[in-house]
Design a protein around this ligand. Sequence first.
Ligand code: SF4
Ligand code: FES
Length: 246
Amino acid sequence: MNLTLKIWRQKNSQAEGQMVEYKVTDISEHMSFLEMMDVLNEQLVNKGEEPVAFDHDCREGICGMCSMFINGEAHGPDRGVTTCQLHMRMFNDGDTIYIEPFRAKAFPVIKDLVVDRTAFERIQQAGGYISVNTSGNTQDANATLISKEDADLSMDAATCIGCGACVATCKNASAMLFVGAKVSQYALLPQGQIEASERVQNMVKQMDEEGFGNCTNTGACEVECPKGISLENIARMNRELIKASV
Ligand code: SF4
Ligand code: FES
């Protein structure tokens, strides 16, 4: 495949960015999107030009680093996959592909396609943990019975990889799908009850302080989430917040 790429280039957080056009040739349909980006960067390096900066780590859909807005969609046109799992067979020979960073006030651009998502880490630090007694008289984990349904729902919520696609997709740049998932994974389990009230209040407070917008039930976040995190988690977070505040 031969492709035209229009990529957002921005030297640093202070600089003005712009879309720059590049051509890539002989791209295999079996390549991942990031491998296609590697081909481009190799070309740029060989020409003595600055390669395009983009985040990546695991390249297997686990770490949540590969944040790219491709043709107007977070993680591109496929469903249930991250950018690193997106294959070039989703595109056609001769296509023009627009590649931008995830955009949100709380995710400032660091360089090119790399954004600062440490706001998510600060939200996690505000409450995304449990206290465990490790003093020697710890209860066997299997002694705490958990219903299959709650275990499954908690596990589903825990699959959130913190990629930020929900924020980038939401017209309000809301982080409620992410925070809803993080609150839910603990709220559904007995182990999460000790700090339940503080957790939801502190995480929501931190989310607001970071400058994320509110949820207006558009549902776009759920559609673009690579892990299929359900809107039910936002409803559960809201219920937990009401419970905590009374
Ligand atoms: S809820 Fe989905 S889109 Fe949002 S951070 Fe988690 S995995 Fe990514
Ligand atoms: S590089 Fe880790 S999820 Fe894409």
